[in-house]
Design a protein around this ligand. Structure first.
Ligand code: ADP
Ligand code: GLC
Length: 473
């Protein structure tokens, strides 16, 4: 079986969040099941830099009148997984991130940048690349949302929603510039409150829709979380399924992680204490072995509940906790967190920016990982935390609800779950965590349970494989 997996980012070529982990993790797990899965993504400079075994590329012409385009075949470093890089220098050859420039402003031609990704994916489906043609197109999030539409049902397609909040909304005139007729500007097409929605195109024109957890699949069918697309999602409920993301334990395991100060296992936790000490030292926190150290690795946005944490800080310190946060995002959150850390440097440290190594070191060194998200399609950091014996403090929403079991559930417990998206809710859960932390034997038991959980990609890959098979019947 041959699958083309279209996404705007893939680890380790380019990553701003969990989509990148999923876009490399799922195809790799599919490959483990014998599927020939290839990833297609834009040839951003850093992706071109990091990709290995690049060929000369084949010419695709100028599909959207936005610049000459080539399709380069290459491989991911380490895993060797095959990737196709859509190389259109006029759209992608510039410094900055996949979505924003160095100052954080959205690229003004994002509609073209991602329409071209979709167009190139559809062209590989219909014309092939180097003699290779997939059986199924698997498009991800709004960036690849136009692909099922361009494809015109030439092949079956799956569309995965990683986050319905980001929809890729553009002015009506965009349709023409991406080579699509005005006939698509209808309620049953891609029109969304007077705009063009790339996300809606994916939802409307794919054969199957998935999202990254069963709970989120239910949530987005309702008005509260559906971001205006709940009607469409509910109408397509028969083809909508939630499949929980997985973890690449080759990258995220305390037993072999090279980024952390000492390796450890559930049976031998000495290394975890060393990781904590080392993290405290690196971040300038007081080197107190017994102070519960809370970690957070997150985009600093409203979704992630950063303001909820900010409101809870006094209480967090009152409970004797330390806090180590890594992330970047909205300037107001970056500066509020940084000033709070500057005011209490022995108790709180904030690293603003993107730092893969520090993300691993926080997962290993912290005692608890905070995930106070308002909504969370899946969430990967809590899955990593479980494996590192770092008990998640998570809101009961989306994939968090599907992956963290509250300690009140007895034997099954792996973390501390709360319902209200408020500082009181968060503090209540942290407080319960601190109480358990003071009972080392009980803490160890839950920690052991957390580390035993298996969220490997294999399970998700099997579910996707049966979905693809259904489409090929
Ligand atoms: P989302 O995709 O919504 O941002 P996820 O929990 O699914 O949330 O995935 C976040 C991914 O990005 C994880 O791999 C996490 O470790 C990583 N990450 C987030 N912020 C940073 C950062 N500032 N530095 C390094 N890694 C980060
Ligand atoms: C999105 C979601 C996150 C999910 C990730 C990977 O970025 O916000 O919850 O884990 O995609 O699917």
């Amino acid at each position: 079986m041959k699958i083309l997996f279209a996404a705007s980012e893939a680890y380790p070529l380019v990553k701003t969040g969990g989509l990148a982990d999923a876009a490399s993790g799922l195809p790799a797990a599919l490959a483990g099941l014998g599927v020939d899965a290839r990833i297609i993504l834009p040839a951003y400079p850093e992706a071109l830099d990091k990709a290995q075994a690049k060929d000369q590329g084949v010419a695709l012409g100028d599909p959207l009148d936005a610049g000459e385009t080539r399709l380069i075949s290459a491989r991911l470093p380490d895993s060797g997984a095959p990737v196709l890089l859509v190389d259109c220098p006029s759209l992608y050859d510039r410094p900055g991130g996949p979505y924003v420039d160095a100052k954080g402003h959205l690229w003004p031609d994002n509609h073209l940048r991602f329409a071209l990704l979709s167009k190139a994916a559809a062209m590989v489906c219909t014309d092939g690349a180097n003699g290779w043609r997939p059986d199924v197109l698997h498009a991800n999030d709004w960036h690849a949302g136009l692909a099922p539409l361009y494809l015109k049902q030439a092949l079956p397609s799956v569309f995965t929603v990683h986050n319905i909040h980001y929809q890729g909304l553009f002015e009506r005139k965009t349709l023409q510039s991406v080579g699509l007729g005005d006939e698509h500007f209808t309620v049953n097409g891609v029109e969304y409150y007077g705009k063009v929605s790339f996300m809606k195109a994916g939802l409307q024109f794919s054969d199957r829709i998935t999202t990254v957890s069963p709970t989120y699949a239910r949530e987005i069918q309702g008005p509260e979380m559906g971001e205006g697309l709940h009607g469409l999602l509910a109408a397509r409920a028969d083809v909508l399924k939630g499949v929980l993301n997985g973890v690449d334990y080759g990258l995220w395991s305390p037993a072999k992680d090279k980024a952390i100060a000492a390796n450890y296992t559930a049976g031998r936790l000495k290394g975890k204490a060393e990781c904590k000490r080392s993290l405290q030292r690196q971040l300038g926190l007081a080197e107190l072995a017994d102070a519960p150290l809370l970690g957070m690795v997150s985009r600093f946005t409203n979704q992630k509940g950063v303001d909820i944490l900010l409101d809870a800080l006094k209480g967090v310190f009152g409970l004797g906790c330390q806090l180590a946060a890594l992330g970047s995002g909205e300037a107001r959150f970056e500066s509020a967190l940084s000033s709070a850390a500057a005011a209490s440097p022995k108790r709180m440290a904030v690293a603003v920016g993107y730092d893969e190594t520090l993300a691993h070191r926080i997962q290993a060194g912290a005692d608890m990982l905070l995930v106070p998200s308002r909504f969370e399609p899946c969430g990967l950091t809590q899955l990593y935390a479980l494996k590192y014996g770092t008990l998640p403090v998570a809101r009961r929403t989306g994939g968090l609800a599907d992956s963290v079991v509250d300690v009140s559930k007895g034997e099954a417990g792996t973390g501390f779950v709360f319902d209200e998206a408020t500082s009181e809710g968060l503090l209540g859960a942290i407080g319960r965590g601190v109480e358990l932390y003071k009972q080392p034997k009980d803490w160890r038991r839950v920690q052991n349970n957390a580390m035993k959980q298996d969220f490997s990609w294999r399970k998700a890959a099997r579910e996707y494989m049966s979905l693809y098979k259904e489409l090929l019947l």
